[in-house]
Ligand binder design. Sequence first.
Ligand SMILES: CC(C)(COP(=O)(O)OP(=O)(O)OC[C@H]1O[C@@H](n2cnc3c(N)ncnc32)[C@H](O)[C@@H]1OP(=O)(O)O)[C@@H](O)C(=O)NCCC(=O)NCCS
Length: 176
Amino acid sequence: MILRNNRSSIKQSNVLDKEVLLEKYGLDSFDFKVKNDEGIFVCSKFRELDLIELDQLLQTVGWSRRPMRRVKRALEFSVLVVGVWRHDDKFPRLVGFARCTGDGILEATIWDVAINPVYQGLGLGKVLMKYLLKKLKATGISKVTLFADAGVIKFYKNQGWTLEPKGTKCAFWYAN
Ligand SMILES: CC(C)(COP(=O)(O)OP(=O)(O)OC[C@H]1O[C@@H](n2cnc3c(N)ncnc32)[C@H](O)[C@@H]1OP(=O)(O)O)[C@@H](O)C(=O)NCCC(=O)NCCS
Protein backbone atom coordinates (compact mmCIF):
# COMPACT_ATOMS: atom_id res chain seq x y z
CA MET A 1 0.00 0.00 0.00
CA ILE A 2 1.40 3.37 -0.90
CA LEU A 3 0.21 6.44 0.95
CA ARG A 4 1.28 9.95 0.15
CA ASN A 5 1.59 12.83 2.57
CA ASN A 6 2.23 16.19 1.00
CA ARG A 7 1.98 18.30 4.15
CA SER A 8 5.24 20.20 4.43
CA SER A 9 7.09 20.67 7.72
CA ILE A 10 9.22 23.47 6.33
CA LYS A 11 8.26 26.99 7.21
CA GLN A 12 10.97 28.59 5.13
CA SER A 13 14.05 27.42 3.22
CA ASN A 14 17.14 29.26 1.93
CA VAL A 15 17.43 31.12 5.21
CA LEU A 16 21.21 31.20 5.64
CA ASP A 17 23.65 33.32 3.73
CA LYS A 18 24.81 31.16 0.79
CA GLU A 19 28.49 31.62 1.57
CA VAL A 20 28.02 30.68 5.22
CA LEU A 21 26.04 27.62 4.18
CA LEU A 22 28.72 26.48 1.78
CA GLU A 23 31.59 27.20 4.14
CA LYS A 24 30.07 25.48 7.18
CA TYR A 25 28.02 22.68 5.67
CA GLY A 26 29.44 22.06 2.21
CA LEU A 27 27.87 21.59 -1.19
CA ASP A 28 24.35 20.33 -1.53
CA SER A 29 23.33 21.21 2.01
CA PHE A 30 19.78 22.30 2.73
CA ASP A 31 18.85 25.02 5.22
CA PHE A 32 15.37 25.55 6.56
CA LYS A 33 13.17 26.76 9.39
CA VAL A 34 10.29 24.91 11.00
CA LYS A 35 7.25 25.99 12.97
CA ASN A 36 7.63 26.07 16.77
CA ASP A 37 11.40 26.62 16.85
CA GLU A 38 13.18 29.85 16.06
CA GLY A 39 16.38 28.08 15.01
CA ILE A 40 17.78 27.45 11.56
CA PHE A 41 18.36 23.80 10.69
CA VAL A 42 20.62 22.36 8.03
CA CYS A 43 20.80 18.92 6.41
CA SER A 44 24.31 18.24 5.25
CA LYS A 45 26.10 15.26 3.77
CA PHE A 46 29.52 16.87 3.85
CA ARG A 47 29.93 18.53 7.24
CA GLU A 48 32.27 16.37 9.24
CA LEU A 49 30.74 14.54 12.18
CA ASP A 50 32.25 14.56 15.61
CA LEU A 51 32.00 10.91 16.67
CA ILE A 52 31.48 11.81 20.31
CA GLU A 53 28.63 14.15 19.42
CA LEU A 54 27.11 11.45 17.22
CA ASP A 55 27.43 8.90 20.00
CA GLN A 56 25.68 11.31 22.37
CA LEU A 57 22.89 11.94 19.87
CA LEU A 58 22.25 8.23 19.38
CA GLN A 59 22.20 7.77 23.15
CA THR A 60 19.49 10.42 23.49
CA VAL A 61 17.14 8.16 21.51
CA GLY A 62 18.03 5.24 23.76
CA TRP A 63 20.22 3.16 21.49
CA SER A 64 23.01 1.12 22.96
CA ARG A 65 26.51 2.40 22.44
CA ARG A 66 28.78 0.99 19.78
CA PRO A 67 32.59 1.05 19.76
CA MET A 68 33.61 4.35 18.23
CA ARG A 69 36.28 2.83 16.00
CA ARG A 70 33.69 0.54 14.43
CA VAL A 71 31.23 3.38 13.98
CA LYS A 72 33.96 5.37 12.23
CA ARG A 73 34.58 2.46 9.84
CA ALA A 74 30.84 2.01 9.28
CA LEU A 75 30.54 5.67 8.30
CA GLU A 76 33.47 5.32 5.93
CA PHE A 77 31.75 2.38 4.23
CA SER A 78 28.35 4.05 4.05
CA VAL A 79 27.28 5.46 0.70
CA LEU A 80 25.56 8.46 2.27
CA VAL A 81 25.86 9.97 5.74
CA VAL A 82 23.66 12.90 6.67
CA GLY A 83 23.63 15.14 9.72
CA VAL A 84 20.88 17.56 10.72
CA TRP A 85 22.39 20.57 12.43
CA ARG A 86 20.86 23.34 14.45
CA HIS A 87 22.82 26.20 13.07
CA ASP A 88 25.02 28.38 15.20
CA ASP A 89 27.70 30.69 13.79
CA LYS A 90 30.31 29.16 16.10
CA PHE A 91 29.06 25.77 17.23
CA PRO A 92 26.40 24.11 15.08
CA ARG A 93 24.76 21.31 17.07
CA LEU A 94 24.08 17.86 15.68
CA VAL A 95 20.39 17.15 16.30
CA GLY A 96 19.67 14.50 13.70
CA PHE A 97 21.37 11.74 11.79
CA ALA A 98 20.88 8.97 9.25
CA ARG A 99 23.08 6.93 6.97
CA CYS A 100 22.72 4.60 4.00
CA THR A 101 24.60 1.55 2.92
CA GLY A 102 24.45 -0.13 -0.46
CA ASP A 103 26.11 -0.61 -3.81
CA GLY A 104 25.96 3.11 -4.56
CA ILE A 105 24.35 2.42 -7.93
CA LEU A 106 21.10 0.49 -7.74
CA GLU A 107 19.97 -0.07 -4.18
CA ALA A 108 20.41 1.37 -0.72
CA THR A 109 19.35 0.67 2.83
CA ILE A 110 18.78 3.40 5.38
CA TRP A 111 20.04 2.97 8.96
CA ASP A 112 20.24 4.87 12.22
CA VAL A 113 17.55 7.50 11.58
CA ALA A 114 17.48 9.60 14.74
CA ILE A 115 16.33 13.02 15.86
CA ASN A 116 17.26 14.31 19.31
CA PRO A 117 14.07 14.05 21.46
CA VAL A 118 14.29 17.77 22.26
CA TYR A 119 13.72 18.46 18.56
CA GLN A 120 11.31 15.65 17.73
CA GLY A 121 7.88 16.51 16.45
CA LEU A 122 9.06 19.63 14.62
CA GLY A 123 9.22 18.00 11.22
CA LEU A 124 12.98 17.43 11.17
CA GLY A 125 12.67 13.66 10.67
CA LYS A 126 10.49 14.20 7.66
CA VAL A 127 12.87 16.74 6.13
CA LEU A 128 15.81 14.41 6.82
CA MET A 129 14.08 11.52 5.02
CA LYS A 130 13.19 13.72 2.07
CA TYR A 131 16.77 14.95 1.83
CA LEU A 132 18.16 11.39 1.98
CA LEU A 133 15.84 10.12 -0.74
CA LYS A 134 16.57 13.12 -2.96
CA LYS A 135 20.31 12.53 -2.68
CA LEU A 136 19.93 8.79 -3.32
CA LYS A 137 17.70 9.43 -6.31
CA ALA A 138 20.22 11.91 -7.69
CA THR A 139 22.78 9.11 -7.85
CA GLY A 140 20.35 6.92 -9.78
CA ILE A 141 19.36 4.68 -6.89
CA SER A 142 15.79 3.60 -7.42
CA LYS A 143 15.08 1.13 -4.63
CA VAL A 144 15.58 1.91 -0.97
CA THR A 145 14.88 -0.35 1.98
CA LEU A 146 14.82 0.21 5.70
CA PHE A 147 14.06 -1.82 8.79
CA ALA A 148 11.71 0.21 10.93
CA ASP A 149 11.32 -0.25 14.64
CA ALA A 150 7.76 -1.26 15.50
CA GLY A 151 6.95 2.12 17.08
CA VAL A 152 7.83 4.13 14.00
CA ILE A 153 6.18 2.17 11.19
CA LYS A 154 3.58 4.91 10.86
CA PHE A 155 6.24 7.59 10.52
CA TYR A 156 7.44 5.90 7.32
CA LYS A 157 4.03 4.77 6.12
CA ASN A 158 2.77 8.35 6.24
CA GLN A 159 5.63 9.38 4.01
CA GLY A 160 4.65 6.95 1.29
CA TRP A 161 6.82 3.97 2.12
CA THR A 162 5.50 0.59 1.05
CA LEU A 163 5.42 -1.78 3.99
CA GLU A 164 6.39 -5.43 3.66
CA PRO A 165 3.31 -7.66 3.66
CA LYS A 166 2.90 -7.97 7.41
CA GLY A 167 3.57 -4.25 7.90
CA THR A 168 5.64 -4.83 10.99
CA LYS A 169 9.27 -4.19 10.26
CA CYS A 170 10.49 -3.58 6.74
CA ALA A 171 9.64 -0.78 4.31
CA PHE A 172 10.51 -0.04 0.71
CA TRP A 173 10.69 3.13 -1.36
CA TYR A 174 10.79 3.13 -5.15
CA ALA A 175 11.74 6.06 -7.34
CA ASN A 176 9.34 6.56 -10.21
C1 LIG B 1 11.25 8.54 14.24
C2 LIG B 1 11.89 9.91 14.30
C3 LIG B 1 13.15 9.95 13.43
C4 LIG B 1 10.87 10.96 13.79
O1 LIG B 1 11.48 12.22 13.78
P1 LIG B 1 10.64 13.56 14.10
O2 LIG B 1 11.50 14.70 13.72
O3 LIG B 1 10.12 13.51 15.48
O4 LIG B 1 9.42 13.38 13.10
P2 LIG B 1 8.64 14.56 12.39
O5 LIG B 1 8.42 15.66 13.36
O6 LIG B 1 9.29 14.88 11.10
O7 LIG B 1 7.26 13.85 12.11
C5 LIG B 1 6.72 13.73 10.82
C6 LIG B 1 5.38 13.06 10.95
O8 LIG B 1 5.54 11.73 11.48
C7 LIG B 1 4.81 11.58 12.67
N1 LIG B 1 5.63 10.78 13.58
C8 LIG B 1 6.79 11.12 14.13
N2 LIG B 1 7.24 10.11 14.90
C9 LIG B 1 6.33 9.13 14.82
C10 LIG B 1 6.21 7.86 15.39
N3 LIG B 1 7.13 7.38 16.20
N4 LIG B 1 5.13 7.11 15.08
C11 LIG B 1 4.18 7.61 14.25
N5 LIG B 1 4.22 8.82 13.68
C12 LIG B 1 5.28 9.56 13.97
C13 LIG B 1 4.59 12.98 13.19
O9 LIG B 1 3.45 13.05 14.00
C14 LIG B 1 4.44 13.77 11.91
O10 LIG B 1 3.13 13.61 11.42
P3 LIG B 1 2.42 14.75 10.50
O11 LIG B 1 3.25 14.85 9.24
O12 LIG B 1 1.07 14.20 10.30
O13 LIG B 1 2.47 15.99 11.32
C15 LIG B 1 12.23 10.33 15.77
O14 LIG B 1 11.06 10.26 16.53
C16 LIG B 1 13.31 9.48 16.40
O15 LIG B 1 14.48 9.79 16.28
N6 LIG B 1 12.90 8.42 17.12
C17 LIG B 1 13.83 7.61 17.87
C18 LIG B 1 14.74 6.80 17.00
C19 LIG B 1 13.97 5.91 16.06
O16 LIG B 1 13.09 5.16 16.47
N7 LIG B 1 14.35 5.97 14.77
C20 LIG B 1 13.76 5.19 13.73
C21 LIG B 1 14.51 3.92 13.58
S1 LIG B 1 13.75 2.88 12.37
